[in-house]
Write a protein that binds this ligand. Structure first.
Ligand code: PMP
Length: 378
């Protein structure tokens, strides 16, 4: 077997989810997928494609019309990539794997935020690279002092950014954006910026991909699983300067040939005519965020107010138990499931991740039970 796999763990999110499945009647606040119906424009695009037998391979890079539409969408967000600089992938997941695996060599060092989405660390481990964790401040902003020290000390070529953030809900702030641009320039870092939650940013949106002068340093990862509530359709993309994309395309081609044609036609229709659905989802997420945040604060939990994605990451440090123990007891005693913060790395210990991809009614029931459990801990 590939000995690198000895360093790869099964995702803590999955592991916990498997425990939840065994508890009859458990209410889960664990899922990272919107609960909204698929927008009708996307359904229409897919049905039409099936009826027209568009069930064959597309270009390796994806449908030209879709690449053009994504380029227009990004341009409206202040991010300049032409359609030639975009490759459609099997979700954000394949985008991450194909891009990271075409960048790094054995033992290359990659800066990864801690806590963060577990795929980054594990992809680097599968590839035999070395993970260098960078910690976040209490408000989940980047600890630039530490980052500077790491960059001075170690020979680091790559960095992963993840905004809006799973699990913390943090977004990139203007001052962090400016500092990051400086750092990327100074150390000539190549950055993989995972912006799969970009459509659900409730604050001003900043991305290092907006800075044209460092375009050659950026690999942008995007996708439609979350934005269009179509996690099972598997459409994402990579946007990067052509010098990267032509290399990434080799990995993508020999891995998947192309992503599914039907889904691509669906997303094409969604981008052209269905973006108003995303605005509606965003409004609903903001309502839910406010509700959940108020309830958690009233329970005495310290919450950093999320500005994006659909997660909140309250601290449970005052109870002096591990996040795994907290979640297991909550599941056992009140049949409510949240994800232990430790599933996102050592920096997530002392927190739990609550997803608000559930209706207010479901959230209310789950939070009432969480409140009952918390009251037993004081
Ligand atoms: N990045 C982040 C931060 C995620 O949370 C996810 C999904 N949970 C992905 C990438 C991958 O998404 P998908 O493959 O469904 O597009």
């Amino acid at each position: 077997m590939n000995e690198n796999l000895n360093n790869v763990k099964i995702s803590g999110i999955r592991r916990f989810f498997n425990k939840v499945k065994k508890v009859d009647g458990a209410i889960s606040l664990t899922l990272g997928e919107p609960d909204f119906k698929t927008p009708k424009e996307i359904k229409y695009g897919m049905i039409k494609a099936i009826e027209e037998d568009k069930t064959v391979y597309t270009d390796n890079f994806g449908l030209l019309e879709l690449r053009k539409e994504i380029s227009t969408y990004l341009n409206r967000r202040g991010i300049n990539y032409s359609m030639e600089e975009i490759c459609i992938t099997v979700g954000g997941s394949e985008a991450l794997y194909s891009s990271i695996s075409s960048l790094i060599n054995k033992n290359d060092k990659v800066l990864i935020p801690n806590p963060s989405y577990p795929a980054y660390e594990n992809i680097v481990n599968i590839l035999g690279g070395e993970v260098i964790s960078y910690n976040l401040n209490n408000d989940f902003s980047i600890n630039f002092n530490e980052l500077n020290e790491l960059l001075k000390k170690e020979d680091i070529k790559y960095m992963v950014l993840s905004y809006p953030c799973n699990p913390t809900g943090a977004v990139l702030k203007k001052n962090e954006y400016n500092k990051l641009i400086d750092l990327i320039r100074r150390y000539n870092l190549i950055v993989v910026t995972d912006e799969i939650y970009e459509a659900f940013c409730y604050d001003n949106y900043y991305s290092v991909a907006m800075c044209n002068e460092i375009k050659e340093n950026i690999i942008y990862i995007g996708g439609f699983s979350k934005m269009f509530s179509i996690t099972g359709i598997r459409i994402g993309f990579i946007a990067a300067a052509e010098k990267y994309l032509k290399e990434i395309a080799k990995v993508h081609q020999y891995n998947v040939s192309c992503t599914n044609s039907i889904g691509q036609y669906g997303v094409l229709e969604g981008l052209k005519y269905g973006l108003y659905n995303v605005e509606k989802m965003k409004e609903e997420f903001i309502n839910r965020k406010t509700y959940v945040e108020n309830r958690l604060t009233a329970m005495g939990l310290k919450c950093f107010s999320p500005s994006g994605a659909f997660y909140i990451f309250p601290s449970i440090k005052q109870f002096n138990i591990s996040s795994e123990e907290f979640c297991e007891n909550l599941l056992k005693e009140e049949k409510v499931a949240c994800v232990p913060g430790s599933a996102f790395g050592s920096g997530g210990e002392g927190y739990v991740r609550i997803s608000y991809c559930y209706s207010i009614e479901e959230l209310e029931i789950a939070l009432n039970s969480l409140e009952k459990y918390i009251n037993t801990l004081y």
